[in-house]
Design a protein around this ligand. Structure first.
Ligand SMILES: Cc1cc2nc3c(=O)[nH]c(=O)nc-3n(C[C@H](O)[C@H](O)[C@H](O)COP(=O)(O)OP(=O)(O)OC[C@H]3O[C@@H](n4cnc5c(N)ncnc54)[C@H](O)[C@@H]3O)c2cc1C
Length: 279
């Protein structure tokens, strides 16, 4: 577990809230915004769901007390979606009340495609009571362009990501090439009909595509990247005058997140195996 822990620590701030807050402070010092996320998913036990909500409330208080440039991103199945849309909505509403009282912003993550409809339904409810709320949408799903078009009609704010979950056709795209083409198509739509959104990617091609579009159609967009990935690029983009925000996950339940990051980059698996062998 020691090596696994050490390896995970490049992408995960640590197990405690204080670890996440420290990394958010560091990000702010480097001129980056921060998004904090407590790791954990697929909770079915109401006690676990309540604990996650409680932790987010405390996190918001800490963000306010430290005057951080930071918001939260919550995960649907961490906050009740396994028990139904209504349970997730109640958690979201509780967190959103606190976010609203401090004039903050709330992001909602997107999980596998079986949760998309319910997540978007809760997002729409949230947006109806407070405009400072955004949701992640995934370019590896074929439905996403239509989802974004309909969200833009109600003033929705999206974070466009490629998608971290395996989604075979017909629901998902056939390959990386189709995902990238879809990502660009959705960026076209966002620049055409949107006003404010986030580009959640480490892919220079996608980021530069957005920056190029922004020259002719200036929009309020920010670039969001994960903790521990492409740090020099973050600094470079920030120096070029773009708003860059670091997504900072923390918490003891880091294994599923860690596995998704490893899968994205086979080279990382190789490096980890080498560390195991060499001790
Ligand atoms: C802020 C943020 C929030 C996200 N929220 C969600 C969400 O709610 N739902 C969801 O499904 N997905 C989410 N994701 C993950 C996303 O869907 C992708 O899985 C992930 O970002 C990798 O795709 P990419 O766009 O960076 O492009 P890729 O084509 O995967 O990568 C482009 C380049 O980035 C670098 N890179 C990418 N990943 C790594 C890594 N792990 N380690 C080192 N270098 C790497 C490499 O240089 C690679 O060539 C989020 C991502 C970000 C940045």
């Amino acid at each position: 577990m020691g090596i696994l822990n050490r390896f995970a620590s490049q992408w995960v701030a640590g197990e405690a809230m204080g670890d996440g807050l420290r990394r958010a402070e560091e990000a702010n010092r480097r001129g980056l915004g921060a998004i904090l996320n407590l790791l954990g998913e697929h909770h079915k036990d109401p006690t676990e769901i309540d604990a996650a909500v409680q932790e987010y409330l405390e996190l918001l208080d800490a963000i306010r007390a430290r005057n951080l440039d930071a918001s939260l991103s919550i995960k649907p199945t961490q906050c009740g979606l396994m028990l139904g849309e209504e349970v997730y909505w109640r958690s979201t509403e509780t967190i959103l009340d606190r976010v609203r009282s401090m004039g903050g912003f709330l992001w909602m993550d997107m999980e596998g495609s079986r949760f998309t409809d319910a997540t978007l339904a809760v997002y729409r409810r949230a947006l109806a009571v407070y405009p400072e709320v955004g949701v992640a949408v995934q370019a590896n799903l074929r439905r996403t362009e239509a989802d974004v078009a309909s969200l833009l009609e109600i003033g929705g704010i999206v974070r466009l990501v490629k998608g971290a979950y395996r989604e075979p056709p017909p629901v998902g795209t056939a390959n990386r090439h189709e995902t990238d083409a879809n990502y660009r198509k959705i960026l076209d739509l966002l620049f055409e009909r949107g006003d404010r959104f986030a580009v959640g990617s480490h892919d220079s091609a996608m980021i530069e595509y957005a920056i190029e579009k922004n020259r002719t159609r200036p929009r309020r967009f920010e670039i969001q990247m994960l903790l521990g990935v492409r740090d020099p690029l973050k600094t470079d983009l920030s120096r070029r005058g773009h708003r860059v925000v670091e997504f900072i996950p923390y918490g003891p339940n880091w294994l599923p997140y860690f596995t998704r990051r490893l899968r994205e980059r086979p080279r990382n698996i190789l490096t980890m195996v080498r560390s195991f062998v060499s001790g």
